[in-house]
Unconditional design. Structure first.
Length: 409
């Protein structure tokens, strides 16, 4: 039996625990939009105020994610992960007793702070626990678990809230969350992280803890390029997920239901493509080239949707193909980040670059909303293609040497 085969049960246990938390992170994120219609009806809260709640959630998580990255590298991932997960679950549970906008806002902000731990803590633990030859597949399963959380939340929340009430929907999902939290505590000995492994060396080289050293790392050319890539990728996906339904309706006369199905096909194919991407990433050396080629191929598909009068079935297939191209690069994307992270800096670097997603998601409506109102519908797809071109540019741009903090030298 090879060492890699012997490590397989341990890898499965680590993935099960970490992906369970990541599933909850994404589940609770999309539970909030599903709850809005019930809060609007039962509590009389306007959709404008509920939109502010969602914005606060994303901004809070983005800021917390960066700060949690520093805490992970200083104190280790486990205490940060368990604290954040508990805060998120408890805040979500208290929402069942909310009676007005301000209670919901405060609790959602607290849940957003808790949610900020996952990317820095999860990647530090995966990086320290999973066998190196399976890292791409591990990252793909981690991403896939988040997609499953996205898919499960709307169906579960709306079903339980419709047949019982929204409070029951919240409390039931929170009960499952506490089970996951307890399982992580029980089996925490199986979870190792590279932040803890690097702590003794960091203590010996105290100069590595200076703010200037951390700033040099996060604002080094490789990390900034990856941050930009995450932001551009988020902008590109927002064009498809948020605005392609009205764009397809105006451009091709596709009904809202049919357009919604086409976007669902994009998301569904993208989800399973993540798993294929994990296997591919473990068997190639140039993750950047593979990601760039995938984006270039997807540009052809999106351009065809914008300029050709496609039959509906062909439209679904083409959009699904674009989803495959975008999903299959996710593990390669994560491995590109891993490749530039000095040991002991996994938390802060992953936390920082993933905040690029929050930045892109917050900018997208400002650009695409006015475009939908004032330009021809093709421009939603042309602008999306423009963001994809920028994705390729940030992937292939020369990164130069990594600027490491002194503690990682």
């Amino acid at each position: 039996m090879t060492a890699a085969t012997a490590d397989l049960p341990s890898d499965f246990k680590v993935l099960g625990l970490i992906c369970g938390g990541h599933f909850l992170s994404h589940f609770y994120m999309l539970a909030l939009p599903a709850l809005m219609i019930f809060w609007h009806k039962d509590l009389g809260i306007s959709y404008t105020l509920l939109g502010i709640v969602l914005s606060a959630r994303y901004v809070t998580t983005g800021v917390a994610q960066i700060l949690c990255g520093f805490y992970v590298d200083r104190y280790g991932a486990m205490p940060i992960l368990l604290s954040g997960l508990l805060l998120m679950i408890t805040a979500m549970g208290l929402l069942a007793f909310a009676t007005d906008f301000w209670m919901i806002l405060v609790l959602v902000i607290l849940a957003g702070i808790g949610d900020g731990v996952f990317h820095p803590a999860d990647y530090a633990i995966l990086n320290g626990s999973i066998s190196g030859g399976r890292m791409g597949r591990a990252f793909s399963v981690h991403t896939f678990s988040g997609y499953l959380g996205f898919a499960a939340a709307p169906a579960f929340i709306t079903f339980v809230a419709t047949y019982w009430n929204w409070q029951t929907a919240v409390l039931t999902s929170v009960a499952a969350g506490y089970v996951v939290w307890l399982l992580i505590i029980i089996y925490r000995a199986s979870l190792k992280d590279d932040a803890v492994a690097a702590l003794p060396k960091q203590k010996e080289q105290a100069t590595g803890d200076t703010l200037g050293d951390h700033a040099k790392l996060l604002f080094s050319r490789p990390v900034l390029l990856l941050f930009s890539f995450f932001a551009m990728a988020s902008l590109a996906s927002s064009g498809i997920l948020s605005f392609s339904i009205p764009a397809l309706n105006a451009l091709h006369g596709t009904s809202e239901v049919e357009a919604g199905f086409a976007v669902s096909a994009y998301m569904l194919v993208s989800s399973f493509a993540v798993l294929a991407g994990g296997w591919i990433s473990d068997h190639i050396h140039r993750q950047d080239t593979f990601a760039a080629l995938s984006y270039a191929t997807s540009i052809v598909a999106i351009l065809a949707i914008a300029v050709l009068p496609l039959h509906y079935l062909v439209l679904v297939l083409v959009l699904g193909f674009a989803g495959f191209c975008h999903g299959v690069i996710r593990p390669a994307r994560d491995l590109m980040v891993r490749a530039v992270v000095p040991r002991g800096s996994t938390g802060k670097v992953f936390g920082f670059v993933f905040t690029g997603q929050n930045a892109g998601g917050s900018i997208a409506p400002i650009i695409l909303g006015p475009a939908m109102d004032n330009l021809a519908p093709q421009w939603i797809f042309f602008i999306t293609i423009g963001f994809m071109v920028l994705c390729i540019a940030t992937i292939l741009a020369p990164r130069g040497p990594m600027t490491k903090p002194a503690a990682a030298e």
